[in-house]
Structure formats: C-alpha cells, structure tokens
Design a protein around this ligand. Structure first.
Ligand SMILES: C[S@@+](CC[C@H](N)C(=O)[O-])C[C@H]1O[C@@H](n2cnc3c(N)ncnc32)[C@H](O)[C@@H]1O
Length: 239
C-alpha cells in the first residue's frame, strides 16, 4: 500500500488513521518505549528557539507536538492542523485535560493547502507525517509559505537508516515486531505494516535536507535521534 500515490494514497492514509486514532498514542508509546515524547519536546524547543509569535504543527494527530510548542517560551499560541476530525477531537480533548485550550488550538485542514495567509507563524513543524503526504515538496512549501521571513521550519520523521548493524536490528523490529504489536494492541496489522514500508520508500535524511533547500529554506541541517531511526530536520525562511 505504501506504493500508492495521489488521491488513492490520501484516501488510504486517511482511512488508516481514522481506524487507529483511538489507539494511536498507546501504540506510539509502546513502539518507541515512550521516547517519542522526548523527541517531540526536543523538536518543539528547537522549532521555537529564539522566536516570538504563533507556532504551527502540521498533521498534528493527537496534538503532542502542538502542546509541546504551547509550552515553549516565546510561543503566543500553538495551532495544530490535521485533515481528520477524529484526530482533531482527540487533540482538543488532550488540551482540555491539560488546561491548555487557550494556548493550543486545533483546526481541520490539509497540509497541501494550509488554511492560513502567508507569513502567519513564527515557526512551523510536522511530526512523523511527511511520509504520508501525497506531495512532499508541496507540503514543505506550504509550511515555508505560512512562516514569517526569518522563521523556522522543522520536521521530525522516520527516515531510512544508513546500512549497518543498527539498520538490520531496526528492520527486524519495524518489519517483524511492530506489525504484530499493531495486530494485538490496535487490532490493525495492515496499518503497522504500512509504517515500515512507508519508511523504506521515504527519502534518506540527506535527500530530505535537499528538499528543504529546494523550497528556498536556508541554514538547513539535521540531527539523527532514536538510534538513527528518527531525524529532526530544520531550515529557515530567509529574512
Ligand atoms: C503518523 S500521524 C502523526 C501525528 C503527530 N504529528 C505525531 O507526531 O504523533 C500522521 C497524521 O497526519 C495526518 N494527515 C494525513 N494526511 C494529511 C494531510 N493531507 N493534511 C493534514 N494532515 C494529514 C493524519 O490524520 C495523522 O493524524
């Protein structure tokens, strides 16, 4: 299914996330041993560092990154946008539980056509969602468009690991154990088989950095996290 493109891919991805929305957080915590919270806090801190204004989290899912942004110094409000109503509802419920409904707001919207004017945000991020986009350069261009000059765009993503011992272990884990976990915990083996397939088909970290540059972003860089399985990318809109 990871080979789908265009509308068929968007339909598949939306159906899949609608099915697993209720178990999404639990599965993330099980798959990463809870580390995804640490990666998201790090991504939020880097995204907002030294900036003042509103912050955007694209394809926010259950809202973790938006809520982490809302707690960063300089962030006046964090807006999370997602294409799926059940994800937006879960993110809103999380914000209510943490008394953050003023500071973190969630709206429906498509990453390929963000419902915001140019230069609305001081910074924008997207976590574990680029692989699911039907037009990756287009989605990154949208993030760059809605950020102010001098603002920052970051992404957190599972990227193919460089060959080696660690990549063999990761392959065994993601292709063998994760689908089984998906079947037992989320009742959806297909969704957690799509996950490693979509990583295999995704850009290697250096090539993703090039896509950032192709959208006009400067001072682009990246850092590997999670034993090399996760990459945090950043870039800046020229002042
Ligand atoms: C793997 S989840 C990531 C959620 C969250 N960012 C996180 O880090 O946990 C991918 C999310 O992308 C959303 N999504 C998929 N296609 C989208 C699109 N075209 N526009 C906005 N959101 C989209 C899905 O609904 C889902 O919530």
């Amino acid at each position: 299914m990871a080979e789908l493109k265009g509308e068929a891919k968007q339909r598949y991805v939306s159906d899949m996330f609608a099915r697993i929305a209720g178990r999404y957080d639990l599965m993330n915590t099980l798959i990463t041993g809870g580390l995804h919270h640490r990666w998201k806090r790090k991504a939020a801190r880097l995204t907002a560092h030294g900036l003042t204004g509103d912050a955007l989290d694209v394809a926010t899912g259950t809202g973790d990154l938006a809520l982490a942004l809302a707690g960063c110094p300089g962030v006046t409000q964090a807006i999370g946008v997602d294409v799926l109503p059940p994800m937006v509802a879960l993110a809103e419920a999380k914000a209510r539980k943490r008394n953050l409904t003023e500071k973190a707001v969630f709206v429906l919207g498509d990453a390929h056509a963000l419902p915001f004017p140019d230069g609305t945000f001081a910074c924008a991020t997207a976590g574990f969602s680029l692989r699911n986009m039907t037009d990756l350069p287009g989605a990154l261009a949208e993030m760059a468009r809605v950020v102010q000059p001098g603002g920052r765009v970051t992404t957190l993503e599972l990227t193919p690991m460089p060959p080696g011992k660690k990549s063999g272990l990761a392959r065994f884990y993601f292709q063998g154990l994760v689908p089984l976990l998906g079947q037992v915990v989320a009742g959806d083996r297909a969704a957690y088989t799509y996950l490693p397939q979509s990583v295999d088909r995704f850009l290697e970290a250096g090539r993703l950095a090039q896509v950032f540059q192709d959208q006009g972003l400067i001072d682009v860089g990246y850092q590997r996290l999670g034993f090399g399985a996760v990459t945090l990318h950043w870039g800046h809109k020229p002042p």
